[in-house]
Ligand binder design. Structure first.
Ligand code: DAT
Ligand code: MG
Length: 175
């Protein structure tokens, strides 16, 4: 792609509980430096069943969904690891750059130099513990960013917002 056709994109990266168990957070951030993107939002989240069902709505009928929930919520590793780190990145062609550094979904098939290839595994229950989530298209990036991050948690208004009154306070929500 030429400079002229490169597109500014946003993408959601989630460091899953196994990234925290394995103390990979700094390492993963360092890997993404290669992509020359910018972080525009970051936070830690305790993941509920409802959030997993919304995030992985396309997998809800899969036989492995309950095991995927146990893993993604961190319950697999105990209460100290029931959390994930969430980042919104922006930059030219951010989605494909991040997916390349992340590697294929299945850690056994991922490029061994990629994050998932280097650090992922398939656990005893057959769940792909693949260390990170990253958006796979502009459409899913928008859906995922709006699901995980409020407008006032990122430093730019990247999608349309609306003002609503809650408990007598005006708050900004995604439109
Ligand atoms: P990705 O995370 O690369 O976008 P996905 O959205 O298809 O891949 O799947 C989400 C997660 O679900 C993935 O990180 C691991 C798990 N998963 C997907 N397909 C699976 C399968 N056939 N067996 C076990 N786990 C699977
Ligand atoms: Mg996906």
């Amino acid at each position: 792609m030429t400079e002229a056709t490169k597109k500014l994109q946003y993408t959601l990266i989630i460091m899953k509980p196994d990234a925290l168990v394995k103390s990979l957070t700094g390492n993963i951030l360092a890997r993404f430096l290669e992509a020359r993107l910018r972080i525009i939002g970051a936070k830690v989240v305790k993941v509920s069943r409802e959030l997993v069902e919304l995030h992985y709505a396309h997998l809800i009928d899969e036989p492995f969904f309950d095991d995927l929930y146990e893993y993604f919520s961190g319950k697999t590793y105990g209460p100290d690891y029931e959390r994930v780190l969430v980042f919104v990145y922006e930059g030219e062609d951010a989605i494909s750059k991040v997916r390349r550094i992340a590697g294929a979904t299945n850690p056994l098939e991922a490029d061994p130099i990629s994050i998932r290839g280097a650090y992922g595994r398939i656990n005893k229950k057959g769940v792909m513990e693949n260390v990170i989530h990253c958006s796979d298209s502009e459409e899913s990036a928008k859906k995922e960013i709006c699901l995980w991050v409020d407008p006032d948690e990122i430093i730019k208004e990247i999608y349309p917002t609306k003002k609503v009154i809650k408990n007598n306070y005006e708050v900004i929500e995604w439109a």
